[in-house]
Design a protein around this ligand. Sequence first.
Ligand SMILES: C[S@@+](CC[C@H](N)C(=O)[O-])C[C@H]1O[C@@H](n2cnc3c(N)ncnc32)[C@H](O)[C@@H]1O
Length: 265
Amino acid sequence: MGTAVRLTERLRAAGCVFAEEEAALLLASTDDPEQLERRVTRRTAGEPLEHVLGRVELAGRSWSVGPGVFVPRRRSERLVAAALDLPAARADATVVDLCCGSGAVGGAVLLGLPDGGRSARLHAADVDPRAVAHARANIAPFGGTVGTGDLWDALPESLRGRVDLLLCHAPYVPTSALDTLPAEARDHEPRPALDGGPDGLDVLRRVVAGAPPWLARGGALLFEVAGVQVTAATRLVTAAGLGVGVLRDDETDGAVMVASVGAAG
Ligand SMILES: C[S@@+](CC[C@H](N)C(=O)[O-])C[C@H]1O[C@@H](n2cnc3c(N)ncnc32)[C@H](O)[C@@H]1O
């Protein structure tokens, strides 16, 4: 039996649904048999494949991620696409990725702007230094900067009133639902990356209320929620004096909310 087949069987026995694909990725990740064995052991013990490989795919690119950091989800490509669809997604846009985690979402928006983000500015921020280290590795090569701290505290004052695209995939899982998450998330992603408080909107409540002074004219805040949170999130956006757009995704039962300042606002 070949190495790939044996590895696939080990991964399948450990409950990995995409065992064949994972075996190929693990085999391609190193030429060192001992390192391969360590990686397979971590994976079969339940660690997310992305943490084991140190890489994650989002929006057609590979980004750095690792233990202790939220693994960007493919559904966030909808937030990236929604941001790039807005009139504010100009070549010279100022982009902020708040609650950036690995920074892959902000990086993908930057690189999707006209002229590949070369004339744009990206600042990302997260409260967790482990996330900030990955975000820096991911976006500094494209000229992005990263701050550490609680929400707005990590943004330079010079960005006040200038942000065209304010991306914020914040934690939004209600505390009572954390136990229902897959073990990979529950056991390997930090709780502050997932826990959104009693109704899931604790962090987003502060983000939406605090966003208007940071947004430029015609700028927008984009964030993700679950379908059941859309009504409450809409109320938050309206109370902040922002226009509301809702892009529902029936496949994931989630939504991207677009909270925008009127062009004359
Ligand atoms: C759901 S994860 C999303 C990460 C990233 N945006 C992505 O899509 O991969 C939420 C992130 O918010 C960060 N976070 C939670 N509370 C925060 C706060 N008060 N200020 C800044 N970041 C915060 C967490 O550390 C975590 O990295």
